[in-house]
Design a protein around this ligand. Structure first.
Ligand SMILES: [Fe+2]
Ligand SMILES: [Fe+2]
Length: 243
């Protein structure tokens, strides 16, 4: 589709992040095709679908069936959006990740000899939980309170840092998705194994939507340019503060 008008935008030339914001339901399509709309949200659709096996025309057809005026499942204003992110995503990650780690340890132990056992998954989930916790604390203690006060000249720094850490979460998520083999279960998988993979799939969906809402919806309301001055101490890691 090359047409560019207000009603029929050139979706192929838009970034995945822009499409995800513009079209409710687009994120589910992107997930189905393995397109990264959160950390990789800056890629244009026609560039993002160059991977083998992905058909631009098919994705475009599905996107064009979506209604840009359909209700969104998140609020528009920054304070309400922050509340939504905290309740729907921060609390959910904190509640579900410890259970997933325990479940992964059990499946790895009981099925250690199985050729499809997700060995190493519990360690990867634990590392993800630690990184996420440190990241969410920074948002809750520093960035979100700054945002609740409104626009601030120094806000670009913590936003840039959080975007960088989101990229790290994306790397960790790819590691987790590799270890659980994209959720493909053996025919003889037990209930725990099935529950583990269902939980990891939900975690991945939640984490991508969480990062998408911050990168593509919340952060652009406050800063669009990279900072040029030093980061405030509250956003640094202990090692960075010591150095
Ligand atoms: Fe967050
Ligand atoms: Fe975040």
């Amino acid at each position: 589709m090359n047409k560019t008008s207000e009603n029929t935008p050139d979706l192929a030339a838009m970034t995945l992040g822009e499409i995800a914001v513009r079209l409710p339901g687009a994120t589910a399509i992107f997930r189905r095709y393995g397109l990264d709309f959160c950390c990789g949200g800056g890629a244009r659709l026609h560039d993002a679908v160059r991977a083998p096996g992905i058909a631009l025309e098919q994705i475009m057809r599905e996107l064009q069936l979506l209604d840009a005026n359909a209700a969104r499942d998140y609020p528009a204003t920054a304070p309400a959006l922050i509340d939504h992110i905290l309740q729907r995503y921060h609390e959910t990650h904190r509640r579900e990740l410890p259970e997933l780690i325990l479940l992964a340890k059990k499946v790895e132990r009981v099925h250690a000899a199985h050729p499809m056992a997700p060995l190493g998954l519990s360690d990867a989930l634990r590392a993800m939980a630690q990184e996420l916790e440190a990241h969410m604390m920074k948002e809750e203690i520093v960035l979100f309170p700054m945002m609740r006060l409104g626009a601030h000249p120094g806000i670009a720094h913590p936003i840039a840092r959080m975007r960088h850490e989101h990229d790290d979460h994306g790397e960790r998520l790819r590691e987790v998705e590799g270890l659980y083999r994209g959720g493909v279960l053996p025919d003889d998988a037990c209930g725990s194994w099935r529950a583990l993979y269902a939980g990891v799939r939900k975690l991945a969906d939640d984490l991508m939507q969480h990062i998408h809402l911050e990168n593509n919806v919340l952060f652009p309301q406050f800063a669009t340019e990279l900072p040029t001055t030093p980061l405030c101490p509250g956003m640094l890691t202990p090692n960075e503060r010591a150095g």
